[in-house]
Design a protein around this ligand. Structure first.
Ligand code: DC
Length: 223
């Protein structure tokens, strides 16, 4: 019996998790949930409303005003406004990383992520999916790539999106976010014990997709 499973993809910033997850979701007819986008929405809301990002209490207090939804085209809505493009700005990346270290923010979003996943047939990407959000996920991938590769990929992606792009700045931002995400107290980025490591530095998107699809189909068969 084939059974739809839950797939967790974790790894550092700009490792190509979302590109892979989107394609795999389409091919398997699964729902893709971009959990980073949810942290970005919280960071973006704070920036827009002049909330002091370093003030944890102030950030906790605005959570009740935040409603995040996603549609089947992977557009992200914050209180019904499409913010898909705005939340990709570098300033928002840094603020997302900062607010993601706060307990209340994590509780608020993890709860929603679990609710969104409870039917199975989902693929989530983030930092703590395999370790915290879905510890029972049937397939866990830890997707990594060298800092150089990741910076170059993000550089090209930003250019395509028409966002400002400076390779050195992007590289520094990625290093800083890696550090923050791996060293925070609550749910730091780390490979789940049962995750499969995919280093994508020298792999094409197709190669990574095929590997994940192969693993997913095996796990679906195991039911
Ligand atoms: O995946 P991303 O770059 O869009 O994520 C933005 C930030 O959100 C990232 O620096 C850390 C945080 N994040 C997190 O703490 N847990 C997740 N599951 C996803 C993202």
């Amino acid at each position: 019996m084939m059974k739809k499973i839950s797939i967790a993809i974790d790894g550092p910033s700009a490792a190509g998790k979302s590109s892979i997850a989107k394609i795999v979701a389409k091919k398997l007819d699964y729902v893709y949930i971009d959990t980073g986008a949810m942290y970005r929405c919280v960071g973006y809301y704070c920036l827009q409303n002049n909330i002091d990002l370093n003030n944890e209490t102030a950030v906790s207090a605005i959570l009740k005003n935040i409603k995040i939804t996603m549609d089947s085209n992977n557009r992200v809505y914050l209180n019904e406004h499409d913010v898909s493009d705005q939340i990709r700005q570098d300033e928002v990346s840094m603020s997302a990383s900062l607010v993601s270290s706060y307990q209340d923010v994590r509780k608020f979003l993890v709860k929603q992520q679990r609710q969104m996943s409870n039917m199975g047939g989902v693929i989530l990407d983030g930092r703590d999916i395999g370790t915290v959000v879905l510890p029972d996920a049937k397939l866990k991938i830890y997707q990594n790539a060298s800092v150089e590769t990741r910076a170059k990929r993000r550089f090209l992606e930003n250019k395509q999106r028409g966002l400002s792009a400076d390779l050195e700045t992007i590289k520094k931002d990625i290093e800083q976010r890696d550090y923050q995400d791996m060293n925070r107290k609550i749910s730091p980025l780390k490979k789940a014990d049962d995750a499969i490591v995919l280093d994508t530095s020298n792999l094409s998107i197709d190669e990574v997709v095929n590997e994940v699809l192969k693993l997913a189909k095996q796990r679906e068969m195991e039911g």
